[in-house]
Design a protein around this ligand. Sequence first.
Ligand SMILES: O=C(O)CCC(=O)C(=O)O
Ligand SMILES: [Fe+2]
Length: 292
Amino acid sequence: MEQLRAAARLQIVLGHLGRPSAGAVVAHPTSGTISSASFHPQQFQYTLDNNVLTLEQRKFYEENGFLVIKNLVPDADIQRFRNEFEKICRKEILKYVECFTGPNIMAMHTMLINKPPDSGKKTSRHPLHQDLHYFPFRPSDLIVCAWTAMEHISRNNGCLVVLPGTHKGSLKPHDYPKWEGGVNKMFHGIQDYEENKARVHLVMEKGDTVFFHPLLIHGSGQNKTQGFRKAISCHFASADCHYIDVKGTSQENIEKEVVGIAHKFFGAENSVNLKDIWMFRARLVKGERTNL
Ligand SMILES: O=C(O)CCC(=O)C(=O)O
Ligand SMILES: [Fe+2]
């Protein structure tokens, strides 16, 4: 954790160094008026040649380090985003989340799931799994997933499939499924579940939301349509949960994989563990950040 923060700090510090100072400039941010002398293309250092910016805009950015583009996002989009944002602020969904987590609520993991049309190799399936496999925090009963359909979702475009009652069991070992067509990175599945246990396919309409326990065994089927099937999911946990060390447990394999990715993409040091990564990602959405 400290290393991640230190690396971020270092980047910020380095970002301020090593570039020549532009000196004092009297500039108007939106008109592009600059007070400096002429530029030659070979002097461009901070902008790239790709025909999007006008010469004036490039010059302005080169000189001042910022550039305002008027009306870049259309009014209608801004209005939509504002409405959504205000809905989030009204915490409409959280009143349900609180029924499972209690009043101190952390958003641990948020996704817009864009399930692609199947390539014909059945790789758009999500193997049966328990989400707790990915989480180094407990108790599991204070964690819940909210999964919202963004369109009509049925067996045709790969709806969720759940094994009712399995939340009463324990966390099972997970690994990559042995699928012939290939597997998706980090999509681990349960290796030995009862094949003949009843499955329920959750057919949902746009806006329907299912809340489910992190031990509930679930997955999703092939997307047999040409469209990208969309859903929003967020895993919430009580801020009163605590982190656990997954070393020596069945979760060790996912820790290794996640830490490996953090190392590759962010250069995080080997001493970073699954807990550090979750602590960094977690966001308080209601109440107090007591633990997580
Ligand atoms: O939306 C899906 O296909 C299932 C997603 C899921 O179970 C997960 O991301 O853990
Ligand atoms: Fe899941």
